[in-house]
Design a protein around this ligand. Sequence first.
Ligand SMILES: NC(=O)c1ccc[n+]([C@@H]2O[C@H](COP(=O)([O-])OP(=O)(O)OC[C@H]3O[C@@H](n4cnc5c(N)ncnc54)[C@H](OP(=O)(O)O)[C@@H]3O)[C@@H](O)[C@H]2O)c1
Length: 263
Amino acid sequence: MNTSLKNVEFALITGASNGIGMELAGLMARRGHNLILVARRADKLQTVSKALAAEHGVTVHTLALDLSVPGAAQRVYDHCHGLGLSVNILVNNAGFGDYKPVADADAGVYREMLQVNVVTLTELTCLFVKDFKRQGHGRIANIGSTSAYQPCPGMASYGASKGYVMQFTEALHVELQGSGVTATVINPGMTATGFVDRAQMGNSALAIAGMANAKDVAQAAYDALMRGEMNRVVGWVNKLWAQSTMLAGSRHLLVWVSKWRLR
Ligand SMILES: NC(=O)c1ccc[n+]([C@@H]2O[C@H](COP(=O)([O-])OP(=O)(O)OC[C@H]3O[C@@H](n4cnc5c(N)ncnc54)[C@H](OP(=O)(O)O)[C@@H]3O)[C@@H](O)[C@H]2O)c1
């Protein structure tokens, strides 16, 4: 390891070129965290990294990589190790949705989405958690969604992917108790970012009903991460929704209400 990097720790954030991930990067730089930022757009990563390093005096590395490609997680891990960067915080934030019925969807888009939202997130967690346990400390934040709480007609695959993220992270949280390492799932509701355009869901009832801003979501995510909470739903309306899905006596009712919310 490069001796000058001894004892210097980094927070790794995926999907840091835009939206919630970019806001989180700014927030964490302000709090003095050195950063490793990952996303596909090298130019955006460069702009963000230069601004944060100049403004907050932290070290920022970037890695332009498509996380939908099999093996991407290992490449991220090897990149960090290759540079001798010690990671103590992992934020799996990169993700996207696809707002259309399954019968109209492109199976290739689903494959990419599941690879980013589920497979790469799982592999990154599995790779870094071993180091975190060995070093006796570390924090993991996986960005889920309120769509984890019910089946999502119109976004079936995305909702299911976030259901996975929630269950995976909650189970990991319990496995890690007493280890000095924490795992937190953060579940935002609709948030004004690039997500809405990419998922083509600008006309959905949820989007029209109003959106949180990415700065507030990033702040809530950071607080939950640093407190080592198991699950944080962002915003009181979303909390109410998440609670009520657990009280619904019937799966049919739950799916029907969800269809109405997303229509
Ligand atoms: N916005 C919402 O309403 C909402 C609600 C609930 C949960 N979420 C979750 O919040 C997380 C962040 O999304 P956001 O709202 O901030 O959306 P966003 O503005 O579209 O940002 C998504 C980030 O993920 C990166 N990304 C997407 N595909 C990637 C790939 N194949 N490889 C590497 N990076 C990739 C994007 O960077 P590049 O394009 O440069 O690759 C970008 O930095 C996602 O997990 C999303 O599911 C969002």
